[in-house]
Design a protein around this ligand. Structure first.
Ligand code: AMP
Length: 223
């Protein structure tokens, strides 16, 4: 990775808007979104060995083991486009992953530029996650209540008509995912605070307002 390429981490529970905002930062700053959830879902769909091991764990709302996640992430980080800089969405999620990321970056003469905590109310997250779906063609995100396409069932962005919902986006599994977040991932907020790279943003506002706030932070640290 180029020495000046920013490494931005988005931290926050399921439903905080990490994926939505990472896609927008990609558009706004030309960074590459790197979502371990997306990479794992692709591995499950492709039926790889890692995907087979991860499937049931993901459906139960628990965390996939560090060795599987790190192998998948390392493969992705070996591709040339990450030289533009990356936004990590859903990674790291454990202290072990954070340490492994530091080691991986330091081998490339890099370090974490900023870890941004998207701060939200847990209870609102169950409703946010349970109603969401995406365009199967381009990945644009929608929500039963908060963001319907202009024409029902037709993607605003690409015109596709196939929409999909994630197997783990139901109320019961979301509660498990929130528990996993608090037990294993939330401690990383203090870890990055101690390293002097933590930023916090109120993520209960509108998608546009959060995009603006994040844009200001990224501009400040990546300049
Ligand atoms: P996400 O799309 O980020 O909500 O991730 C969906 C599911 O994939 C999670 O509930 C976990 O089961 C798994 N997963 C994604 N990223 C990680 C990670 N960094 N570590 C462990 N499990 C992960």
């Amino acid at each position: 990775m180029a020495a000046s390429a920013p490494v931005i981490i988005l931290l926050g529970p399921p439903g905080a808007g990490k994926g939505t905002q990472a896609r927008m930062l990609e558009e706004d700053f030309g960074l590459i979104q790197l979502s371990t959830g997306d990479l794992l879902r692709a591995a499950v769909a492709a039926g790889t060995e890692a995907g087979k091991r991860a499937k049931a764990v993901m459906e139960a709302g628990q965390l996939v083991s560090d060795d599987i996640v790190l192998a998948i992430l390392q493969d992705r980080m070996a591709q040339p486009d990450v030289a533009k800089g990356i936004i990590l969405d859903g990674f790291p999620r454990t202290a072990g992953q954070a340490a492994a990321l530091d080691a991986l970056l330091s081998d490339a003469g890099r370090k974490v530029t900023a870890a941004i905590s998207l701060e939200v109310d847990d209870e609102a997250m169950v409703g946010r996650v349970s109603g969401r779906y995406t365009c199967a063609g381009c990945g644009e995100g929608y929500h039963d209540q908060f963001k319907q396409p202009a024409s029902a069932g037709v993607c605003d962005k690409c015109g596709g008509t196939a929409m999909k919902r994630r197997a783990d986006d139901n109320a019961e599994t979301v509660r498990e995912r929130l528990k996993a977040y608090h037990a294993q991932t939330a401690p990383l907020i203090a870890y990055y605070e101690g390293r002097g790279v933590l930023e916090r943003i109120d993520a209960m506002g509108s998608i546009a307002a959060i995009r603006q706030g994040l844009g200001r932070i990224v501009q400040g640290v990546a300049a």
